[in-house]
Structures are given as C-alpha cells and as structure tokens.
Ligand binder design. Sequence first.
Ligand code: PAF
Length: 293
Amino acid sequence: MNRPPISEPPISQPLVVDTVPALRAEILDWRRDGLSVAMVPTMGALHDGHISLVRAALATSDRCVVSIFVNPAQFAPTEDLDKYPRQLARDLDRLTEAGAHLAFTPTVSEMYPTGFATRISVGGPSADLESDFRPTFFDGVATVVAKLFLQALPDRAIFGEKDYQQLCVVRKLCRDLDLPVDVIGAPTVRDAHGLAMSSRNAYLGAAELDVARRLNVILREAAAVLAAGTDENSVTGEASAALLNAGFDSVDYVAARESLTLAPWRRDREGRLLAAAWLGKTRLIDNVEVSST
Ligand code: PAF
C-alpha cells in the first residue's frame, strides 16, 4: 500500500522586531491568549550554549523571545566592542531551528536614545572577581537587563551558568528592584573536550584552542582537591600556576566562592571555583561546582 509521505511541520523563522513598541505589541497579543513568556537575553553570535537556553525557555514557557543586542554599555573603551562577532542572518537560522518565537534586535539608539543618562549598579555579588578587572561591566549588564525585562515583562529569563557571576548579579537585580522575573540558571554547554561554549571562542586559533581546553580540566581537578580538604589558597595558587604552565599568558583570578552569594567560600556551603585567564588577546572565563563537606 502506498503511504502518503510524512511531511515535517513547517519550521518558521521567529518574528523579528527592532523597536520596543513592536516587542510590547507582540507580547501583549500572547498575554491576551493567556500564554507564558520566557526571555533569553543574548549578544548574538549564537552557539550551542545559547540554543540550550532557548530550549530551556521553551521547556518552561509557551513563548520564547530572544534578544540580540551587543550592549556597548558593558564594554570598556579598551575592550572588543567593535570586533565582537555580529552575524544576524546565521543567528536567525539557529533560532528558527531551535523554535524561538520572537527575536528582538534593537539598535543602539533604540536602547540608549540621545540623552540616556541612567545606570543601574548592583551591589553584593558584583564585588570582586570580574569587577576587579572589568569595573564597569556589571553596571552595563544590569542596566541593559533591567531595560530588557521592563520592555518585555517576561515571566522568566534564562541565563547560562558559564557567566556565573553575571547570573548571581541578575538574580540580585531582580530581588532588589522587585522585578517580577524568575531568573533561571542553565548548565554550561561544553565541547567534547570540556571547553565552555562562548562567542569569544571564535577568536581562538587552533593552537590556542588546545590550551583553552585545559581551563576546565585544571578547574575540575582543583575543585576536587579543594573539596577533599586542601587549603584554599594553595589550591587556587596551584591552579593559577597550572594554567600558566598549560600556555595561558596570564591569569586574572582563580577563586572559590559560595554558590548563592559569591561571598568567600565556607566548607559547609556549596561552592564555585571561578577563573578568568588570558590567551593572546582572548579572555576566557569558566567555573565549576565545589562540593560542601
Ligand atoms: O551574557 C551576555 O550575553 C550579556 O552579558 C547579556 C546578559 C545579554 C547582557 O548584554
């Protein structure tokens, strides 16, 4: 018997809007239909890590909106704002495959119109670590994330644990400002060698990639030694030395912190071992869990 060919359901590209009124109009339509909304804020150059966030959004909500905005406010003048990869057509293809419903792609002037003069500064978990090396970074992140949340008013938002301090800062932002958005952390997506996915991995040459892949290995080994009871300073010092031996050019920090607050780690609390290190002109960050005793 001849069976009719099984046709795949049509895959549609997400609707693309670049203004706040258009974003709000679309989301209002969803709300009128009683649909829940998850947001995935990104700076584009989407990789498998971002796609895992879209999937987490779709697992929790009826609709997924992804923002794609390279946010100048979080780059210092010496950083890679101009060089940061921008590839909207490819990003939209990836969002189509992943099933996202809406892509919000505002221009810089849509987000920061002439005369824009507000910055949000979150305390608590923003202290130290990244802030020691990128002192204006979290103000820029908090400002744009607060704007995105107020523009879209999602029920929840998904952030990768790869940027662990950022996740803690965004949670604190919502708690302190009563932003009614449930902030969900999603596990870091890694390549077959454990390298955390990052848009900035695109800067790495083949030899650098081999070195970059040592970061997670060294961190995991250090976290195990730490959890087994070795003194924190000696573990972080040895991990820094191991990174330099592996070929990293410099190490900004290797530090153990309490998972929830990023306060100094205590052995009876769940911890995170976080690190940032330079490879040529590329700065890599990563973090792993440290078990409590
Ligand atoms: O993690 C990022 O890509 C950015 O910091 C974010 C959260 C989209 C804010 O610009």
